[in-house]
Design a protein around this ligand. Structure first.
Ligand code: 8NA
Ligand code: MG
Ligand code: MG
Length: 345
């Protein structure tokens, strides 16, 4: 489809859910042989196996809250979104939330709370979380607001409800921007795509809070920019091993060690790759490759899925995968509603 087509919206939201559901199998695994990934994925095609439904985790649970809040309020309302996060957590606490964020979600359910950003600011002795929990649910912001300035502003505020460290919320801004650009067809020119993200993040990371957090955590001056330069370097290499990707970009639960990684997965899988089946399309390659990195596989595949889905569209997603994943059909319906909201604003 053309820029911001319905197919791209559906692809983004549905593939994010698939990445989460399919990636759950390998979450936390140190090494994941590609053979195991392909076996897992091909079992989804096999109806006779009746392997039941793959459940979604915190990534999708929180993204659903973001979507419902944006749709119901026809825009960003921090109190409404915070209430939905808290309610969702208390209804299903077993979705694999990070150990720190649970404290925030419990405090957000208090009716006496006047400042909904306060619990997140109190995390980790006042430094805030740098986990990828803000980024994993950032895609819907790109599907609700056509103006990139709004995408940045609201992805930032939405992440701040749980992640007040700049290395957490800037990861959410980067993820939302990547989905925004992909939706416009920007992945047709991959080198321009990455250079645009670098220019955007130069601006996003030019402030005291970011410089200060980076200094304390002994990261580069502009941590996400530095990582995006590494993504660009890896793109220019003729051959890149999985081990190199993990050591250069990471596969962990920090936003800094997973959002640039997810972006790389999408870029690397734009072309056929030797390690992946020839009959796979780009979206299937992206999900499979994300899982083979190990580590925080559900979240990396969820974020890569959103970016890739916005590029390839819903037609690229195998029906058999959609049928196996909890929440995939809901995501498809919500994508249509977000598409309408996007066109109104
Ligand atoms: P979070 O905010 O609890 O952060 C995740 C973890 O990162 C924390 O529990 C800490 O260990 C660490 N951390 C974050 N900020 C700081 C800091 N300032 N100082 C010291 N340590 C810090 O949770 P989240 O919502 O960001 O979730 C991140 C990931 O964890 C998600 O992928 C989610 O699925 C979850 N998770 C991951 C695994 C896994 O094995 N990769 C397993 C279960 C849950
Ligand atoms: Mg998860
Ligand atoms: Mg995870």
């Amino acid at each position: 489809g053309g820029p911001a087509s319905l197919s791209r919206f559906r692809g983004a939201l549905v593939a994010a859910v698939l990445g989460d559901c399919v990636g759950g199998e390998f979450e936390g695994a140190e090494e994941v042989p590609m053979e195991s990934v392909l076996q897992h994925l091909s079992s989804l095609d096999d109806d006779t196996k009746g392997n039941g439904i793959l459940e979604y985790s915190d990534d999708t649970a929180m993204a659903r809250c973001v979507v419902q809040s944006l749709l119901t309020r026809a825009g960003f309302d921090e109190r409404d979104m915070a209430r939905r996060f808290a309610k969702e957590y208390s209804a299903s606490p077993g979705r694999g939330y990070g150990s720190g964020v649970i404290q925030v979600l419990k405090k957000l359910s208090s009716p006496q709370l006047s400042d909904v950003y306060r619990p997140a600011r109190d995390q980790f002795n006042g430094r805030g979380s740098f986990g990828n929990g803000g980024a994993m649910r950032a895609a819907p912001f790109a599907l609700a607001f056509p103006d990139p300035a709004d995408v940045k502003k609201f992805a930032h505020r939405g992440a701040m409800l749980t992640h007040s460290c700049s290395l957490g919320y800037n990861g959410a801004v980067l993820q939302a921007l990547a989905v925004h650009l992909s939706l416009q067809g920007a992945l047709d020119l991959p080198l321009k795509f990455i250079s645009t993200l670098i220019i955007e993040m130069e601006d996003v990371e030019s402030n005291e809070a970011t410089l200060n957090d980076a200094r304390i955590l002994k990261e580069a001056e502009k941590p996400f920019c530095e990582r995006l330069h590494r993504v660009s370097d890896l793109m220019h290499r003729s051959k890149v091993s999985i081990e190199e990707v993990i050591s250069e970009l990471g596969n962990g639960i920090a936003a800094l060690h997973s959002v640039p990684t997810a972006i790389f997965c999408v870029l690397h899988c734009l072309q056929p790759r030797e390690c992946l089946p020839e009959n796979y399309g780009g979206l299937e390659r992206t999900i499979a490759y994300s899982l083979a990195l190990g580590g925080d596989t559900d979240t990396i595949a969820c974020m890569a899925g959103a970016i890739a889905g916005a590029h390839y569209g819903i037609e690229a997603i195998p029906q058999s995968w959609i049928k196996c994943c909890e929440g995939a059909e809901d995501a498809d319906m919500n994508a249509e509603r977000l598409h309408m909201l996007y066109q109104q604003t």
